[in-house]
Design a protein around this ligand. Sequence first.
Ligand code: FAD
Length: 390
Amino acid sequence: MAEELSEIRKRMQWFINEVVIPDEPVLGGDDEDAAGAVAEQLKRRAKDEGLWALGHPAEIGGGGLAFLDFVLLNEIIGRSHWGQLAVGSLSMQDSIMLHRYGNDAQQQRWLDPLVAGDIYPSVGLTEPEVAGSDPTLMEATAVLDGDQWVINAHKWFTSGANRAAFTTCFAITEPDADRHAKFSAIIVPTDTPGYEITRVVPTMGHTGGGHCEVNYRDVRVPADHLLGRRGEGFVVAQKRLGPGRIFHCMRWLGQAQRAFELMCERAKTRRSHGSTLAEKGEIQRYIAESAAEIQAARLMTLDAARVLDAGGEARTEISLIKFWGARMLHNVIDRAIQVHGALGVTGDTPLEFMYREARYARIYDGPDEVHRMVVARRLVRDPVNGVPWA
Ligand SMILES: Cc1cc2nc3c(=O)[nH]c(=O)nc-3n(C[C@H](O)[C@H](O)[C@H](O)COP(=O)(O)OP(=O)(O)OC[C@H]3O[C@@H](n4cnc5c(N)ncnc54)[C@H](O)[C@@H]3O)c2cc1C
């Protein structure tokens, strides 16, 4: 690892461990105003420390770190659920999407404040009535009326819509086209008349994730709010999701590593039946299996990143890490909870929050089964060269 990157990683490690993690109880607490104020302080501090938006391209105001370098940094950012909010990488996928597909007006309006962390984006693909696993089933429509799109849709799980400045809504604009060319991406400012957040959907007993149900009733936006070309919605979504899944996996590694450290610490200090938990064979198995799964997921994720960075699509590699990484995360946190006993399911450690987030990881951005299906279909066609190793 280059010396400069190693230095940035050290400083990021300090920032996440010493500055962000101590504020987690407030950031994840019920007092939204207090959480918001602390988030703003952290964002200012990250900017002062030169740790803000390091992975965004330099030409849009980011730190311009190379993709692979940012992937390595992201594991550290991921140690805290609020790491990406604090250091400005939360909007990275949307900023890159706007940078790549946005027209001048869109970029001028949204890009600067996104990169600065002054506004937040959201994405509306999933609909309650049809399987989100198969986006070609999407029913939302957008019809051009003069120089305006008229959108009608019922979306849910539009994460963060309740604080977002805009949602990139995916809708059918080309009903007669091939099923992958029917959809377009359209930017909808959240204050547009007819765009209504009907509820923040409680997930596993909590509303803090901001997963919103949204109705679009004759929502009108100017024709130039189209992101990319007509019928190019899937391409735009895929370009967002591919690197995004690699970023997710690296953040999951940060979460898993933190749970692993908590598990080891507890195992060393808790005594039962004449010895510490760390001396019990069963607990040693949890530790060893967790270490193996973390390291395997790390190497697989770096491999996927390497293929993508070299210009490949990395479809198989990304699907492999999406289901493998999510399961690794779930397993490691589950074992850490087990080793903590009753303490593990309380809010007195970060584990129960991490566990809920880990459960979601096996569903969002495509459930495990769909990624396994993608991998199997591709490898059956070419089992020898399907996952090349160079
Ligand atoms: C925490 C969280 C955040 C999210 N954020 C967003 C967001 O910001 N924007 C957004 O648009 N969406 C978001 N989503 C939605 C997410 O992308 C969808 O939940 C996901 O695509 C699955 O769609 P679905 O829920 O409709 O499940 P379905 O498609 O109904 O699938 C249900 C289950 O069926 C099984 N299944 C489906 N297809 C297959 C198959 N081919 N083979 C075998 N089994 C199969 C799987 O077990 C799957 O879990 C979020 C979801 C969660 C949980």
